[in-house]
Design a protein around this ligand. Structure first.
Ligand SMILES: [Ca+2]
Length: 187
């Protein structure tokens, strides 16, 4: 955030945009600083020529977090499903860095490696193992028994919906952004 004298105005504006309280914004800002290494942006969250930002500032970060707040309990079942689908689409695009509609193993590895890169206790090799394991699981959920010479080309959005069926996205996304060191336990 900017200079101290404009901070409260800035915070008020962010509260209006995201629906977070000032306490929550303060807490998220601490987390953001931790993730970014005290820089104004978190870099290389997404890669590739897709036109998506390859760095996010604090406001982008809040917007993403706001997107993954728990679902409003007053919504009916159809609205909940729609909302869930939108969230998953958002998540899918984060992984599908070249926007060709398929998350390849390489793209999946990149995301996992980047998410884990802030954690000095996790080797690059483990990130790769986590990504490869998750990809194999995806293939078995979506294709079933594969022939020995069959190649799973990547996760489509329909596959992605199948994989996330029954998983509480809100909880998982909070884990991902706020407490990344536990990500290894989630895959
Ligand atoms: Ca892709």
């Amino acid at each position: 955030m900017g200079a101290a004298h404009s901070a409260s105005e800035e915070v008020r504006e962010l509260m209006g945009k995201t629906g977070f309280s000032s306490d929550q914004i303060e807490q998220l800002h601490r987390r953001f600083k931790q993730l970014s290494g005290d820089q104004p942006t978190i870099r290389n969250l997404r890669k590739g020529p897709s036109g998506l930002a390859d760095e996010i500032n604090f406001e982008d970060f809040l917007t993403i977090m706001a997107y993954f707040q728990p679902i409003d309990t007053t919504m009916d079942e159809d609205q909940v499903q729609l909302c869930r689908r939108e969230k998953l689409r958002f998540l899918f695009h984060m992984y599908d860095s070249d926007s060709d509609g398929r998350i390849t193993l390489e793209e999946y590895r990149n995301v996992v490696e980047e998410l884990l890169s802030g954690n000095p206790h996790i080797e690059k090799e483990s990130a790769r193992t986590i990504a490869d394991g998750a990809m194999m699981e995806a293939a078995s959920v979506c294709v079933g028994q594969m022939e020995p010479d069959q190649v799973y080309e990547g996760i489509t959005f329909d596959d992605f919906l199948k994989i996330w069926q029954g998983i509480d996205i809100e909880t998982k996304m909070h884990v991902r952004f706020l407490n990344m060191e536990t990500i290894a336990l989630c895959h």
